[in-house]
Design a protein around this ligand. Sequence first.
Ligand code: MOS
Length: 731
Amino acid sequence: MSPQPQSAVGAPLSRVDGRLKVTGKAEYAAEHDIKGAVHAVIVDASIGRGRIRSIDTRAAEKHAGVLRVIHHRNAPKLPYRDNPGSNNPTGRRLRVFQDDLVLFHGQPVAVVVATTLEAAQHGASLVKVAYNAEQPSTDISKAEPGAPVPYARGDAEAGLRSSAVRLDLTYALARNHHNPMEPHATVARWDGDRLTVWDKTQWIVGTHDEIAAVFDLPSDAVRVINPFVGGGFGSGLRCWPHTIVAALAARVTRRPVKLVLSRKQMYFGTGFRPAYAYRLRLGSDRRGRLNAAIHDFDAETSSYETFFEAAGAPGQMLYSMPNVSQAYRQVPLDVNTPIWMRGPGFATGSYVIESALDELAHELGIDPIELRRRNEPEEDPSNDLPFSTRRLRECYTVGAREFGWDRRSQQPRARREGDWLIGMGMAAGVYHSGSNAAQARVRLDADGTALVETASSDMGPGTYTSQTQVAADALGLTMRAVTFRLGDSLYPPTPPHGGSQTMASVGSAVLDGCDQVRRQAIELAVGDEESPLYGVNADDVVVRNGRLHVQGTPARGETYKSLLARNGRSHLEARGSYAGPAQPERHSISAYNATFAEVAVDATLGLVRVRRMLGVYDAGRIISPKLAESQAIGGIVGGIGQALLEHTVTDHRDGRIVNASLADYLVPVNADVPEVGVIYLDGDDPDGNALGVKGLGEVVLVGVAPAIANAVFNATGRRVRELPITAEALL
Ligand code: MOS
């Protein structure tokens, strides 16, 4: 078929759901109201490890409005069937109210259901739980790590010994929490043996399957609905215990139940980016050619599940280097299980490598960009696959020019403005371009409008809008004529809305479905004696604004409307699909960036202000430039948080998170965010998917923290090897 003219794809369009969001009409999980719904509030364990000795619920049950208090002594036993297709890490998932064990501070030990939220909250405060408390282990530096996940190529020990220049660096990265604006929430309703759940999730299918597994329900007895997500950053990538608690409470009370986590509960009721202790030994020659790296890194996990993320990946493939070894050790602690957070793993590994490269550049007196250029691989050194597209060199060139990199002094602490030391830094970033099987239903109606449905989510990147752009061009319709729906498990299945894979996966399925429907219409027309297109080669027909015509001869054609009406067709429809990446993969496909930062550091107070940021991205084809820019700004803001502010603090005496609030856990606010420049390189990636996209939601965060850390060094001459970089560390 003729390629379709592209007018929506590539256009800087505003969000199709923007009006709904700014007028408050977009309905988030906690806003879903059902007549007769009651409220549930979880009672959190107040010890970090041990057993529940007794639960006294009498005062709570006497409180006006309280219907039930459910806990391990009276809760029904739940099947907790295995769920092999899930995102659950290996291990044994937390089973709510099934035994007396307390595995972490804040674990749900009871739930109070009441007719009003206030009654449920007060009832929860009246539940008296007595424990046999044990000393929890929550400090990664003092706990016993698990067996290492190894990686090796060449001989890293020998390579390091024979290197002319050697660095031995130890980094500490704080635990981070996602802190989306929307709290996690679940509304659960049983209709006989069927369960409907409105739940904040980034994976409709995953939440659906987990609920079916936990309650041992047939697949079609569970429905999960979630049309809007108020931010996620990864916190919604698995089904958390509170969702099960809500469904359980609804079953026990035979009432629809609404359960909303408090902001405090978001710090232990959902996951987090784990803290890391990371030692990197790096060897190069005197000209900066990397020869060997030994990565030893420990990361938090829970006592009951072993969380994995791709923290080792950048060290395996970002630079050309013959000898690499890695030992990734997960450290089981008395904490809840971590989860992926924006740029998962890659943000951690890249921070370490990019900081170390800056140290090496300083040591050798080589410009940091030049050092990176000298180690640019010609093919992926981790698997010897050719890169599909890797335009990192271009990112450096464009970034250096646009940021004014030539104004940077190679000598640290060389620029001062009054009390402020000024410095510039840069870093490279990478994120693997993943995708997974997805499906989409496409229907073109006789009135010339189309409906596209998938079970995807839109946590904020603008999936509604960008998928509408893809569909509009593939169908030859205006944006207005296409309605895109998501967020319902009745729609065709899609992978997790995370890992920057939604456009590659869901977008490919949408494209396929729309291509099929357009082809059906074209074939109908060219075979229809009454059509002006009768007898035309189907390959020569394109569709524009709902009208089919011969390519190059716009006068010869007709509209979808007239075609369908004359043929007595109420609609045309197709199920689009995307099978996932070709196996075995023949290319190494990743998105890349070069990120630049300029900071000012108060010479006496150690205060860091980010003055300018620029990100230059090689992310393949950009479907929706305005949304892509917004993603990059968001990624840079998140990276500023990781670099300078975000730090979940645990009291190791009892495992309590001490800063579980937005007053005490610092995230960037407007005053922390400077002028941000965003440049996406033009072009597409021909090898991964039909859309030519490489994903951009994660890569925009990777590289931000090391760019800032390197700028802080350039400003002050002080190297802080921990995140966040605090004023105290700079004093
Ligand atoms: Mo993100 S960690 O891909 O939700």
